[in-house]
Design a protein around this ligand. Structure first.
Ligand code: GDD
Ligand code: MN
Length: 374
């Protein structure tokens, strides 16, 4: 595997020398343990005024650091730096896996081996987490930062519905196959909310996610770029905005499914009404009404509700299967209804309870099984 460790830097001159050495040792071990692995360290420096970029370029002249690369740009925030780094890693360095990692030694380089181990175990997105068993931060982390981090996690889980426990961790390994499914250029966060936004998109793409506990250490040199400044406040606002946007995107899907279902139901009712006079048996009339409205529902749900990338034919076949289950449920309930109200057997409202129960069964199966969404 081609593994690219991305370290964004802004004023990390003192840390970067230590980091490159430490990562060098880890890379050596990784490549020894698995001869088919090639590991590159990619520094994404935003023209740090303290000369971080110059230091890296000096180190690169030393043949013992042949794994080291740098790309440079203007300061546009952590998110933008990662997007540039990931695109470069995939397009120019042919990365199979990219690792996100801070350059200030708060992330222990030895844990890169753990990240990679879980990738080898078959996970797509591995997260070193402060908030699962075994996870922690050093006591000196300020109350302000702890509170911020906790709120960010409550918001991203509670509002946006993420399953992960540390949604803002900056120490993660991600397979390129997942990143290729995500349009990195469309990521809106320039700053720290990037971690949350990328994770949300990965969860949407059904990435197999693994979290393991780790100790988030203190900074030894230099300063955190997170402090109560204008940029950070904008970042917090963006974070909340995104959380609500993601929530809204979820509920709009349910709404669309309902609209499609309702229109399909009207088609179903009309067909039932037309057919029952001739065939007389409610079970059969409803089966015909149901089958025809199924094609209508499928088309709109595939291209409109779920905007699915799944192959339409495969999804249609699956949808037929799940619909058969709900058809049986719907028709059975309708048959029972028609027996209970045998006087009104030909009334066009008879299938309503059946359709209601069938709709719920259909929605759950369609979402989880046909279009495989969360
Ligand atoms: N290129 C570039 N551009 N790098 C940046 C920028 C930028 O605009 N801003 C920060 N960095 C680099 C820093 O130099 C460091 O290597 C890394 O990104 C993390 O920045 P810190 O300023 O040290 O962040 P932190 O320790 O306060 O925040 C950590 O925890 C957050 C969650 O609480 C990071 O791991 C974040 O990624 C994480 O979201
Ligand atoms: Mn830091």
């Amino acid at each position: 595997m081609n593994i690219v460790i991305i370290n964004p830097t802004y004023n990390e001159n003192e840390n970067i020398k230590i980091l490159v050495k430490e990562i060098g040792k880890v890379i050596h071990e990784l490549e020894e343990n698995n001869k088919s692995d090639t590991v590159i360290q990619l520094v994404v420096d935003d023209s740090s005024p303290d000369g971080t970029g110059e230091t890296v370029k000096t180190l690169m002249k030393d043949s013992s650091y042949s794994f080291l690369r740098i790309i440079e740009g203007n300061k546009e925030g952590l998110g933008k730096a990662y997007v540039r780094g990931m695109k470069y890693a995939i397009e120019s360095l042919h990365a199979d896996v990219v690792i996100e990692m801070d350059a200030d030694l708060q992330h222990d380089p030895k844990l890169i081996k753990t990240l990679i181990k879980y990738i080898y175990d078959g996970y797509d997105f591995v997260i070193a987490s402060r908030y699962v068993s075994g996870g922690a931060y050093e006591k000196t982390w300020s109350k302000f930062r702890v509170l911020n981090s906790k709120i960010a996690n409550i918001v991203s889980r509670g509002i946006a519905g993420l399953k992960t426990h540390d949604t803002t961790s900056g120490f993660r390994a991600i397979r390129s196959t997942i990143l290729n499914k995500i349009d990195l250029e469309n990521i809106t966060s320039d700053g720290y909310a990037f971690q949350f936004e990328l994770l949300y998109l990965a969860e949407k793409k059904h990435a197999k996610i693994k979290e393991f506990g780790f100790l988030f250490k203190d900074r030894k040199f230099g300063q955190s770029k997170i402090s109560l400044n204008k940029q950070y406040i904008l970042d917090i606002l963006n974070f909340f905005f995104l959380a609500f946007k993601f929530r809204y995107l979820n509920s709009i899907k349910i709404l669309k499914f309902g609209v499609v279902g309702l229109t399909g139901t009207i088609i179903n009712l009309i067909i039932y009404h037309l057919v029952i006079k001739d065939v007389k048996i409610a079970f059969i009339a409803e089966a015909i009404g149901y089958e025809l409205s199924l094609f209508f529902n499928f088309g709109f749900n595939h291209y409109w509700t779920f905007k699915s990338n799944e192959k339409p034919l495969k999804a249609l076949i699956k949808y037929n299967g799940t619909s058969l289950i709900s058809l049986i449920v719907t028709s059975t309930v309708t048959q029972i209804t028609s027996l209970l109200f045998s006087k009104y057997k030909t009334n066009f409202l008879i299938p309503i309870p059946g359709i209601g129960v069938g709709f719920i069964v259909n929605y759950v199966l369609a979402k989880k099984f046909v279009w495989r969404q969360k």
